[in-house]
Design a protein around this ligand. Structure first.
Ligand SMILES: Cc1cc2nc3c(=O)[nH]c(=O)nc-3n(C[C@H](O)[C@H](O)[C@H](O)COP(=O)(O)OP(=O)(O)OC[C@H]3O[C@@H](n4cnc5c(N)ncnc54)[C@H](O)[C@@H]3O)c2cc1C
Length: 421
């Protein structure tokens, strides 16, 4: 690698995507600066199931033990109540990990930042990037201000990585092209409860609603509700009433939650865009939500960010070492898109709250009493198998058998005839 005065890489944003990228780059021996306008250790609007592949990344990076020591409980089993079919089962193992964890962002993000710093990355919190510097059409650094400061400070690097979330300043500054954009479709509310013990993770699908219940740090239980965006205006006057009324539609969940104590305010956001952005250009790259964002209903964003950080860090190290950075970043964008596409489509369709198809309902009913199949279904939901492949014809045929598929085809034909007549 040629010598460069300044940093090899500046990362804007020090949460899951940015801190993980900085950590991996610093461990590879690069000179890294990571900045964030938020104070270190601060919370953010996000619930926090980290799917098994995300946890496998943390384990690989040597951080899972620290997460567990911070009092983050493991969730190995999930009860999925699909309003008609109930599945209960365990996650399949992935790279030696068989549990989902739901660490508070104050815990997870701080852990990653501390690890990045320990690996040699320089971390500045309370620093807002206002613009990028460029020379000959190539981004060369960032310019911004420290919290409370008036001086405009400039830092230079061979590459600037935007890990600055769904409203990325870096993406806007470089005009990163958007594609596969879908409007926001759902809003989400969540809070933390004591006295609501859970032995397994709980997920509920009801017409126009999705609910998730997972244990988190401090012996608390995080309870999350999603609903269609068009109902937000009506729900706004009484968001807590809307939230509790949804829980009342989920068996005894409403009762159990009301018997506990809400220990933090209810957080609600309608700010849930969906879409991809070009992930690289001359002197810049995007990672995490800045480059690809999807609704929280499938709880994939953190895992996506960790997986994406690993992909990006490998491509940067490889590209700088071989002197072919732009080609390495282009390969990584293709890989990112291939990896995310099917889960993105599933997420968008769930965020639309379209009722499950007859085929999907039959598939779920057929696996309910088959533990290995439930496990595979949960693995698909956790991002271990492509939803396109899971719901594809060969797998349906395998699960339902030729007679089951025949019955399904006849019912679909009858339904079509009924709607046509
Ligand atoms: C309600 C809700 C629930 C969710 N639940 C889950 C879940 O259960 N599981 C899951 O996996 N995902 C969930 N997500 C998604 C998840 O929160 C995101 O995918 C994830 O936070 C993306 O991480 P990131 O590091 O890319 O960006 P962010 O977490 O958004 O971090 C970006 C950082 O960049 C900083 N920044 C921005 N602009 C600048 C600037 N100009 N200068 C300096 N710093 C800047 C910000 O301060 C911020 O700290 C949820 C999201 C929402 C909204």
């Amino acid at each position: 690698m040629e010598a460069f005065m300044g940093y090899d890489v500046i990362v804007v944003g020090a949460r899951v995507a940015g801190a993980a990228t900085a950590l991996l780059l610093a461990r590879s021996g690069l000179k890294v600066l990571v900045v964030d306008r938020a104070p270190a250790g601060s919370d953010t609007i996000s619930s926090h199931q980290v799917q098994v592949p995300g946890i496998a990344r943390l384990a690989r990076w040597g951080l899972l033990d620290a997460l567990v020591r911070a009092g983050t409980p493991a969730t190995r089993e999930v009860r999925f109540d699909g309003d008609g079919t109930v599945l209960r089962g365990s996650f399949p193992a992935y790279d030696g990990v068989d549990a989902l964890y739901s660490p508070r962002r104050t815990v997870l993000d701080a852990l990653l930042v501390d690890a990045a710093r320990a690996a040699g990355a320089e971390v500045i919190d309370g620093f807002r990037v206002e613009e990028l510097t460029a020379e000959g059409g190539r981004v060369t650094g960032v310019r911004g201000r420290a919290r409370g400061g008036t001086a405009l400070l400039t830092y230079s690097a061979r590459l600037v990585v935007g890990a600055d979330g769904k409203h990325s300043t870096v993406a806007d500054a470089v005009g990163a092209a958007r594609y596969r954009q879908r409007p926001a479709l759902a809003f989400a509310s969540y809070s933390y409860w004591s006295g609501v013990p859970v032995t397994v993770g709980e997920m509920y699908q009801r017409p126009g609603r999705a609910v998730a219940v997972f244990p988190t740090n401090g012996d608390l239980t995080m309870v999350y509700v999603a609903a269609p965006l068009p109902s937000f205006a009506g729900a706004r006057a009484d968001l807590e009433g809307h939230y509790l009324a949804t829980l009342d539609r989920c068996g005894d969940l409403g009762e159990r939650v009301r018997a506990g104590t809400r220990v933090e305010r209810l957080r609600t956001t309608p700010d849930q865009p969906n879409g991809f952005r070009a992930a690289h250009g001359p002197g810049w790259a995007l990672v995490g939500d800045a480059g690809a964002v999807m609704d929280s209903v499938t709880a994939q964003g953190i895992t996506n960010a960790l997986v994406d950080a690993e992909l990006l860090a490998h491509s940067i190290v490889d590209g700088l070492t071989r002197g072919r950075l732009d080609a390495a970043l282009a390969r990584r964008q293709r890989e990112r898109d291939r990896g995310l596409r099917a889960m993105y489509d599933l997420t968008v369709s769930l965020a639309r709250f379209a009722p499950p198809s007859l085929g999907q309902r039959q598939l779920l009913a057929a696996i309910a009493d088959r533990p290995a199949e439930v496990s595979r279904f949960l693995g698909m939901f956790a991002g271990m198998e492509s939803p396109a492949r899971y719901f594809g014809a060969p797998n349906a045929l395998r699960i339902l058998g030729a007679r089951g598929v025949g019955r399904l085809a006849r019912r679909l034909a009858t339904a079509r005839l009924c709607t046509e007549s």
